[in-house]
Ligand binder design. Structure first.
Ligand code: CP
Ligand code: NVA
Length: 301
């Protein structure tokens, strides 16, 4: 039997993605009503974090507890993975004990190798290339606030990074137009551009890119692992701050999203992220509901 992994959004079909978003909305409502629903009783999620996390860790851990199961946090600091035990061996061993494994790491190739040797589903909790779990939450949030995203325009402002790549995948799967405003030196990777070219327009002027947009999204200028490039990046990205002037050219009811953590005064001004078009707190909370929908999809027959 082949194991179903979630390494990128493209591991889902368009229909599966849409169904999962609707299920996440149902799970959110059930949770708010205090309904007990424990489809993963006695099941275990192992979570391997090679990078820091607040939202991903807590949402998976809370989600597993609410589903009646348990989550184990593993960091390289105190596991043998951090002392050089091969990925293949770690994957075999962890998957012989856990029902599912979430991995947050650097090179995407590492999670692919881990999944190849895992006998249970592997979920990508962020790699240098993509952040698919965040897109489940973002797309759930859009659906809740604005309805179907099909045919809408989304503008990504800033770095052509892991989040941007996952937005490109989402544009193709959910059929929306994605404008990307980024400096020439920080474009998305060629393989993502090639795979999504019918849905994505690369621009360099953020004002032009934000026009008639229904959603403006940004992310940090220096991602985890790029800390030493912070100063150089601050200079390159200075014209790409999402502020009132950028929001003013988007549709009047446009939403603002950011996966968090955010740096007010850098990629976004405080008045935008804390303003009334921002849905970042719903977006963050939806990590919990969307990932519960994902766990149910992957693990419950
Ligand atoms: N957005 C996100 O993945 O947050 P964490 O790094 O806190 O998990
Ligand atoms: N692009 C950011 C996202 C953090 C959730 C990073 O990789 O650090």
């Amino acid at each position: 039997m082949t194991v179903r992994h979630f390494l990128t959004l493209t591991d889902l079909s368009s229909n599966e993605f849409t169904a999962l978003l609707h299920r996440a909305i149902e799970l959110r409502a059930m949770h708010k009503k205090g309904e007990i629903y424990e489809p993963l009783k006695n099941k275990v999620l192992a979570m391997v974090f090679e990078k820091s996390s607040t939202r991903t860790r807590v949402s998976f851990e809370a989600g597993m507890t609410q589903f009646g199961g348990h989550a184990i946090f593993l960091s390289p600091r105190d596991t043998q993975l951090g002392r050089g035990e091969p990925i293949e061996d770690s994957a075999r061993v962890l998957s012989s004990m856990a029902t599912c494994i979430m991995v947050r790491t650097f090179e995407h190739e590492k999670i692919e190798r881990f999944a190849e040797y895992s006998s249970v589903p592997v979920i990508n909790g962020l790699t240098d290339d993509v952040h698919p779990c965040q897109l489940l939450a973002d797309m759930q949030t859009f659906l809740e606030h604005k309805g179907d995203i099909k045919g809408k325009t989304v503008t990504w402002v800033g770095d052509g990074n892991n989040m941007c790549h996952s937005y490109m995948h989402a544009a193709k799967l959910l059929d929306f137009k994605l404008n990307i405003a980024c400096p020439e030196a920080y474009k998305p990777q060629r393989k993502f551009l090639d795979a999504t070219s019918d849905y994505v327009e690369l621009m360099h002027d953020p004002l032009a890119a934000c026009q008639q947009s229904d959603l403006i999204v940004t992310d940090v200028w220096a991602s985890m692992g790029q800390e030493e490039e912070q100063t150089k990046r601050e200079a390159a990205f200075a014209p790409y701050q999402v502020n009132k002037s950028l929001m003013a050219v988007a549709n009047t009811d446009a939403l603002f999203m950011h996966c968090l953590p955010a740096h007010r005064g850098e990629e976004v001004s405080a008045d935008v992220i804390d303003g009334n078009q921002s849905v970042v707190w719903d977006e963050a909370e939806n990590r919990l509901h969307a990932q519960k929908a994902l766990l149910e999809f992957l693990l419950v027959e």
